[in-house]
Design a protein around this ligand. Structure first.
Ligand SMILES: Nc1ncnc2c1ncn2[C@@H]1O[C@H](COP(=O)(O)OP(=O)(O)OP(=O)(O)O)[C@@H](O)[C@H]1O
Ligand SMILES: [Mg+2]
Length: 500
């Protein structure tokens, strides 16, 4: 230790000596250059190398600077003595940053690095088309020379990735729509966007907790599955089909997924798409880390004709291109190039084009799964079929907590028992129950009693009418129910995982 201090003292002595020589020997205008030369000279003997990341690179903002700032903000604890605080436009979170001229150490792959935030006054305003800030800001990264090649590139890539992740989490989601039809905006973009502020989360979603966890785990596996998808040669995308009566939370589930993953939503209005190539262009203009949604898929495109065509054509398969294509809403008959077809839609979700981008989730919703073409339901097309059903007792408890703030234990045990007995038979949707609770949300007891009364009346009525009639009323349709009573076999929130 003593030797270390001695050598440091002698090094400082040499440095001071050199500085005196520079000041006495060199005229002022050459001093800066000579100092630069000596600093280079000393760096040759240093075991460290330094990288400057300035906020403004020429006249452009340096993306790496912003990324480092965000990345370091996730490392600094609130217990630090002096932190800079920021909140970006459209952001829902505060971020902490290194104050001026502060340092912080970080470890990556077992290698220690040091970051210094350097802020200096800008000497003179150089000519620029855009006014530059008064202060020059930058980060200096110090790495041991021997570690430079080992980590530099991967470390910087890692920082960019982490920063994007933090940005996505902090920033509000965007909801895109193609409601303008095929027309493009001034930047040639077919999608219009608005901030997505839907408050639905998996916490507020009323469904069986174990099914909910299964879906959340599946989403998490998907997000962390880049390596798996790469290894197995599969496109990094996943499809979910949400089906069930109106008001059971299909749209709420999509919002919860987006909020959980921090993804944007592309709400695809199929009736606004004129043909397959337009559909493909829309797909190409979606970003990764997004959920592409087609709501009420059975209403958006006429899929039933396909079955008729198949019968006319004899034993031709679903992928037989000679089968006349089904025309979309507003399209012309017989696939005159001006219509959206089922195969176009299948290509959209599954074909080569569906891979132009990665980490994307497709969600289709329908109230009538029996109306969908089996090609849409076949294995691997939609990875998970999720049945959203009437309110069960476990869902009811979540709604009571959401709307009245009461846990099961807050309620009278006999009332709770009565609720449990009638809720399944009543076959009320979470939307219907929410309405009853919202109306009386300031008077908890009244809300529960009124709900119990309504549930009892509905249960009694359901006991007197057949299953088929109940289903028809729920779906608001007169069409007889299909033989394949898929829904009857599914419990609330049942998740059917397609075999890969
Ligand atoms: N499972 C649920 N959990 C919490 N709230 C729900 C649930 N289902 C419905 N709701 C409430 O009912 C309203 C309507 O629900 P949502 O729009 O998600 O139903 P949906 O299944 O998409 O209906 P549709 O088939 O008509 O599109 C929501 O605003 C929400 O407040
Ligand atoms: Mg909906």
């Amino acid at each position: 230790m003593k030797e270390y201090w001695t050598s440091l003292a002698s090094l400082l002595g040499v440095f001071a000596f050199c500085q005196t020589i520079i000041q006495s020997l060199f005229p002022p205008h050459l001093r800066f250059l000579s100092l630069k030369f000596f600093s280079h000279f000393f760096h040759c003997f240093s075991s460290y190398c330094y990288f400057d990341i300035t906020e403004i690179d020429g006249v452009n903002t340096n993306e790496l600077y912003n990324a480092v700032q965000l990345y370091l903000s996730s490392h600094i604890s609130v217990t630090g003595t002096r932190l800079s605080l920021t909140r970006a436009v459209n952001s829902t979170a505060f971020t902490f940053g290194l104050a001026n001229n502060d340092t912080i150490t970080d470890t990556f792959n077992g290698v220690n690095v040091l970051w210094e935030h350097i802020v200096t006054q800008r000497q003179s305003q150089t000519f620029s088309w855009r006014p530059l800030p008064d202060e020059k800001r930058g980060f200096t990264l110090r790495i041991k020379k021997r570690d430079k090649t080992l980590i530099l590139k991967s470390y910087l890539d890692y920082i960019m990735e982490k920063a994007n992740e933090i940005r996505r989490k902090n920033q509000d989601r965007l909801l895109y729509t193609n409601s303008r039809g095929g027309s493009l905006d001034s930047r040639g973009h077919p999608w219009e966007s608005v901030p997505f502020k839907h408050p639905s989360t998996f916490d507020t979603l009323a469904m069986d907790p174990s099914k909910k966890n299964e879906i959340m785990e599946d989403l998490q596996d998907f997000v962390n599955g880049q390596g798996f998808y790469q290894k197995t040669g599969r496109a990094w995308k996943r499809g979910y089909l949400l089906y069930g009566p109106p008001g059971t939370g299909k749209s709420s589930m999509i919002a919860a997924m987006a909020n959980y993953l921090g993804y944007d939503i592309y709400d695809l209005e199929l009736t606004e798409v004129n043909n397959n190539s337009e559909l493909r262009k829309l797909l190409m203009k979606t970003s990764s880390k997004s959920i592409i949604v087609i709501e009420d898929i059975d209403c958006s495109i006429n899929l039933t004709n396909r079955k008729k065509n198949k019968n006319i054509g004899g034993s031709r398969g679903y992928y037989d291109s000679s089968v006349p294509e089904v025309r979309g809403v507003g399209g012309s008959e017989e696939g005159g190039g001006n219509s959206i077809t089922l195969s176009g839609l299948l290509n959209f979700t599954d074909g080569l084009w569906s891979c132009c981008g990665s980490e994307r989730i497709f969600v289709f919703t329908t109230n009538h799964i029996e109306k969908l073409d089996p090609a849409l339901l076949r294995s691997g097309r939609m990875d998970m079929h999720i049945f959203m059903s009437y309110c069960s007792f476990s869902s009811l408890k979540i709604l009571l907590k959401n709307y009245l703030g009461c846990e099961g234990s807050d309620l009278d045990e006999s009332v709770l028992k009565e609720l449990e007995d009638v809720v399944d038979v009543a076959r009320m949707t979470p939307a219907d129950i929410s309405e009853v609770l919202i109306k009386n949300r300031r008077k908890k007891e009244k809300a529960v009693i009124e709900l119990l009364e309504i549930l009892k009346v509905r249960a009694l009525r359901n006991e007197n009418i057949g299953d088929e009639e109940q289903e028809k009323r729920a779906l608001g349709s007169d069409s007889p129910r299909q033989e394949s009573k898929i829904e009857d076999n599914c419990k609330e929130g049942e998740v059917e995982k397609e075999k890969d």
